[in-house]
Design a protein around this ligand. Sequence first.
Ligand SMILES: Nc1ncnc2c1ncn2[C@@H]1O[C@H](COP(=O)(O)OP(=O)(O)OP(=O)(O)O)[C@@H](O)[C@H]1O
Length: 605
Amino acid sequence: MTLRGPGKLRLASLAAGAVVLYALPYALGSYAIHVVDVAIIFALLAIGLGLVMGIAGQVNLAQIAFFGVSSYATALLTTQAGYGFWVAGLLAMGAALLAGLLVGLPALRVQSHYLGIVTLGLALAFLNWIVNTPMAGGADGISNIPVPPLFGVDLESEYLYYYLEVVVFALALAFGLFVVRTPLGRRMRAMRDDPLAAGAIGVEIPYLRMTAFVLASFYGGLAGVLYAGLIRYVAPETFSIANMFLLLAMVIVGGRQSLWGCVVGAIGLALIREWLVEFSTYAQLGYGVVVVLMVVFAPTGLAGIPRRLEQMRDRRRAGARAALGDFEPYPAVAEGDVRAPSLEIREISKHFRGVKALNEISFTVAPGAIHGVVGPNGSGKTTLFNVISGLYKATAGQVLVDGQIVSGATSYQLSHLGIARTFQNLRLFGDMTVRENILVALDRTRIRWIWRYALWQPGVWKRDRDLRARADALLTRFGLTDYADTTPGSLPYGIQRRIEIARAMASEPRILLLDEPAAGLNGEEVRQLSEIVRSIRDRGVTVVVIEHNMGFVMTLCARVTVLASGRIIADGTPAEVVATPAVIEAYLGDESMSQEPMTLPTEVQ
Ligand SMILES: Nc1ncnc2c1ncn2[C@@H]1O[C@H](COP(=O)(O)OP(=O)(O)OP(=O)(O)O)[C@@H](O)[C@H]1O
């Protein structure tokens, strides 16, 4: 195998990095090597925090507690239970993972800032426990942790300990980078960018959140064992909330969305902290100011600056050379092979405290139909889609797919049952490329298979290559090839709408819910959209479409349901519906709507 330019460059930088890391101790005095050893431990902690906060988007203020659990477990097991260092270390890793699972449990139910409060509470509870438990030595901590034995290498020397740390650190960083690049990492980034949209394309959000915490605790655990072996003394002050915030500062300054950034931030701040040790009060203030400045001016940290510049360049270039291609219709499925399901809405009600958004709505969508849902603003259309796609639980009533009750299921379960949707206010994953947006939806593996990533399986790459080939084929079908490597936020509205439909189709749905797909599109784009929707239907997908563009609905839909104030006022063919007095009164009488062309669909004429 021969390496090309970028491969050679990467190999050369890796080799140069290895030489520098090898030679570094020769240039350092005994105190400096101690500082570097501690900085590496902080870097491990920062990788874990970067994974859970920067990649998966979950607030975690318990990272310092994972570190503490593993340090204290190593200390207790070696000094009081008589275990050898490495056995104790292994058990301590288990304890940290268990703590990760425990902290991740609330993540099954609560999110964002609530999760921050819960994790902070758990970190404080841990601190309280070690300070007040005689077994843990109280404020004095535990000393006399034995030197880790290693094939006769004297790890009491901090120089030799450095090499052990570098090896563990390199492996841990490589593993983290591997995870970020796998479909697991992609799903975590999708969850960070938009958990609602991620759930709607099948990402099992609660379990993924928990996985992120367990991953973070793995790094906390590793750091804890190494710390216990290095310092051979543990005390509560190391695991204080002040240090948790220092860790946060490292990740924010370095760049939480990049593991390299987290490492640079951790090592940089750990070294600066040592230089400023005599001015610790001012140093704390300094960190605070730096963090505030970063959050305001460079929210994605130092590592995020090149990426932001790239995005700005994308924005300027978007549309300059790239062009939206033609849609290539799906090969039509033979009539007998069409397996599109029916969708039945049975007496669905949805109330928000006083507001009755939906009132005993019942209608049926025939298998393989394109069914329109129209109605004035606030009539309950989007609420209906939210109920069908599992974002809202209905107050009463049922949703049935092919006669099977599906209401009550979560949105990711419904996605796996074959229901996909788009959103009225576009919900693309903003920090991911268009190709990655598609890839998240294409990957249908369930979260119970994530152990494959933990085992670092080489098969993961082959699967990913296959997924990429499928993503590129889908992008070509939707005429989006030119935008594959662009972030969607920089693209015009019409293109974003098409990406959302392509993403929904990537999840291979049997039922597709389109929420105002023609909003903001020009005449030609609406014509192309009709072609796309018909082709999707011909492929064997049942389509339900909410639209204000009456011309679009009337020419496309075989049947239309009209809602007003949460009730059905008409349900039938477009011809029947437009002739209903209640519709004319409630909807078509509306001046803005009456200006829409009211032609009948070609299918029913
Ligand atoms: N999460 C919510 N909490 C409280 N009220 C809500 C919520 N979602 C919708 N509603 C209310 O339910 C009613 C129906 O809203 P919905 O968004 O479903 O209407 P719509 O027909 O989709 O309107 P539009 O055409 O403007 O999108 C409105 O009165 C709205 O204020």
